[in-house]
Design a protein. Structure first.
Length: 116
């Protein structure tokens, strides 16, 4: 599975961005998709995940500000991020769990900078 993330950029505090992650290759075997992020000097952390069933899971720090979704027909995952704060500044990575046996696949990351 190959992943292409996009949509990062510079946004002011309180602003919004939508990240996209397009999957290609063995996309039919995708069991789950997720966004992780890594801020400078910090460990990578899970932001949100979506299962093939449509179930979702969010990190506590999301606090209702982000929405993860998936367009199955396009094999694309999205992360709508609202009310962004400087502490959301990080490289955001998309990840899928796919294949037989299941394993992780990672995209290249897209930088989100929240600053005035």
């Amino acid at each position: 599975v190959q992943l292409q993330a996009s949509g990062g950029g510079l946004v002011q505090p309180g602003g919004s961005l939508r990240l996209s992650c397009a999957a290609s290759g063995d996309s039919l075997s995708i069991a789950a998709m997720a966004w992780h992020r890594q801020a400078p000097g910090k460990q990578r952390e899970l932001v949100a995940a979506i299962l093939r069933s449509g179930g979702t899971n969010y990190a506590d720090f999301v606090n209702g500000r982000f929405t993860i979704s998936r367009d199955g027909t396009k094999n694309t995952m999205y992360l709508q991020m609202n009310r962004l704060q400087p502490e959301d500044t990080a490289v955001y990575y998309c990840c899928v769990v796919a294949g037989t046996p299941l394993r992780d696949y990672w995209g290249q990351g897209t930088l989100v900078t929240v600053s005035s």
